[in-house]
Design a protein around this ligand. Structure first.
Ligand code: IMP
Ligand code: MG
Length: 188
């Protein structure tokens, strides 16, 4: 299956207005308190970067990252994800805000939430830019949510297809296209 870039679903201005709104909710929540914003690589880097820069200058925010990958098709339903890069920070007793690009089936976030809770943070909250509620298979608690979107594959602003298109400033729908090689095969 290949994809081509489709229409813009959310343009850069709309995204930055929403990020500013989320930032003021986050700032109110952690007012006067230090917290660690944990971005999930690679998709969340643009969102995390814009979010923390929209916080008031007296915010006591630090940033850290985790990288995860799916263990493969056979374990997909169990939601076990492999930690490719772990936190540098010891989060015991700390206030932690998980920052993710998109909540889809919920498998990745619910796994990460359980994993991080096991490290005894003082609090663990979750922030997602996009939510595809129609695709949900397991519950994952979300404290700050940007946009609820339809069940379409989207790219841009950190979201990728096969590593491409993360750099786009807008979020586009990616449309599946026919495999053209198959169409050029001679008919029997
Ligand atoms: P979940 O475990 O199914 O919730 O998967 C979430 C992860 O799947 C995200 O962090 C993305 O990396 C990826 N993902 C889900 N939907 C999309 C999409 O529409 N475009 C690009 N990546 C997506
Ligand atoms: Mg991701």
């Amino acid at each position: 299956m290949d994809y081509e870039l489709g229409n813009i679903l959310l343009d850069g201005r709309t995204i930055s207005r929403k990020v500013a709104e989320i930032a003021s909710e986050v700032a109110a929540c952690y007012s006067g308190k230090e917290f660690v914003a944990v971005g999930i690589l690679k998709g969340a880097i643009f969102f995390l970067a814009d979010l923390v820069r929209s916080l008031p200058s007296d915010s006591l925010v630090k940033i850290d990252f985790m990288a995860v990958s799916s263990y493969g098709a056979s374990t997909k339903s169990s939601g076990i994800v492999k930690i490719v890069k772990d936190l540098d920070t010891d989060i015991r007793g700390r206030e932690v805000l998980l920052v993710e690009d998109i909540l889809d089936t919920g498998l990745t976030l619910s796994y990460l939430q359980e994993l991080l809770k096991g490290r005894s943070p003082r609090s663990l909250r979750t922030c997602v830019l996009l939510d595809k509620p129609d695709r949900r298979r397991v519950d994952a608690h979300v404290d700050f949510r940007g946009f609820s979107i339809p069940d379409e594959f989207v790219v841009g602003y950190g979201l990728d297809y096969s590593g491409y298109w993360r750099n786009l400033p807008d979020i586009h729908v990616a449309k599946a296209i026919e495999n053209t090689v198959k169409n050029t095969q001679p008919k029997e």
